[in-house]
Every structure is written in structure tokens, then in C-alpha cells.
Design a protein around this ligand. Sequence first.
Ligand SMILES: [Zn+2]
Length: 238
Amino acid sequence: MITRTSRILIIALLLISFNLSASKLKILIVTGGHDFDRESFFQMFDSFSNLTYTELIHPEARVQLGTVDLNSFDAVVFYDMPKTITDEEKKSYYRLLNAGKGLLFLHHSICAYQDWPEYESIVGGKYYETKKDDKFGTSSYQHDVDFNVHIMQSSHPLTKGLIDFAIHDEIYGNLEVLPESYPLLSTDHPKSNILIGWTLKKSNSKIVFIQPGHDKNSFNNLNYRKLIKQAIIYITTK
Ligand SMILES: [Zn+2]
């Protein structure tokens, strides 16, 4: 026989557990098209309290983003680098933008879809694998570089509480950054693009791009983790 007190206690526990799961941020993580350090990448997301994730993998991910229930997640993290996309699959991205879903693009995701010009306007910049023109040329990369991440806007919600920090990661040189991208992170490494992190608004979505993120040297870096967590919270805040 369940006493009245136990019944109240059971209901209270159910309500608490419901609230805990309801308050967790739910994100989709899109991968595929580029190898990566899976274990340490997902360990970083596992370390974030109040966050759950589902991985979508290309080529299915491009279709799934067009059909997934928009109420079932808060934001999308892109850590992918597919080369091609059909017109039908592009609609998946427009759907996310129309719904105002926050989008965080990491590292090599800026190199995806080289032949889809509008992708650049979603990410806020582009890595040119082939020469853009005689004036701009191509972009470049270099692995295993020690450099400093400079926090340009210390009062911005994405970077608050962070000060300049050192990181060991891959750098990209000569990125195109669109004028509408609001600068948040930079570096003084001579071979790197100066801007390495920015945010922009596209349609109804808040978008962030963060360039570092090649492997465990970033994923295990506590400053980098704080940056990624705050970026996810920022893009999900209306
Ligand atoms: Zn890389």
C-alpha cells in the first residue's frame, strides 16, 4: 500500500526528472566528409552538463535535416565537409534558417560545398580550395601550430569570462570573411587568417563560425570547451 506521503514524493521526483530533461539543450551534430578524432570530439560534448546530442552523418544528414522534427532540437553543430549538394538537399539548410535554428560551424565545415555560393553566406566566410581570382588566390592550412586566440569582444555572451589563450591546432590562411560577419576571435600568427571566429544573422538564425578544432589538442583545451559551450548557448538564445 502506497501512503499519501510516498505518493507525493513519487510525483515530486517525476516532476524534477521531467524538468531536468526538459531544460537540457538538445543539439544535432552533423559529421561526414572529413576524418576526425571521434573519441575526443564527443568526449568534449559529453563533458557539457545540460546538453544532449544526436549525430547525423552525411550523406543521409543532408536529407535528415530536411525532415527532422524542428521541435525536437535547439541548434545544429556542423563538423562536416561534404563536397556536393543537390538543390533538394539545399532546402534542408533553408528550412533550418527559416525556423531560426542556431547554427555553429566548426573548423573544416567552412571548406564544405565549394561549388555552392550561398553556403558562404550562411557560414559568413569561405576557405578557397581553388583560386578565387588573381587578387585573392587560394586558402591554405598548416597542422600542429602553437598560436594565441585573442578575445576581441570580452563583453559578448559568446566570449564572456574568457581571456586570450594559447592553443595547439591547425591554422587556415587567407580565408574570405564576409563584411556582415561580426568579429569575435583573432590571432596574430603570421600564417593564419587574422579573424578566426565570428557571428552573423542569416534569415532568422544566429550563426557562429569557430576556426580552431582539428583534434584533441583543442577538444581537451578547457578554454576551447568554454568557447564551444557558450557558442551553443548563444545561438539558442532568442
Ligand atoms: Zn583540420
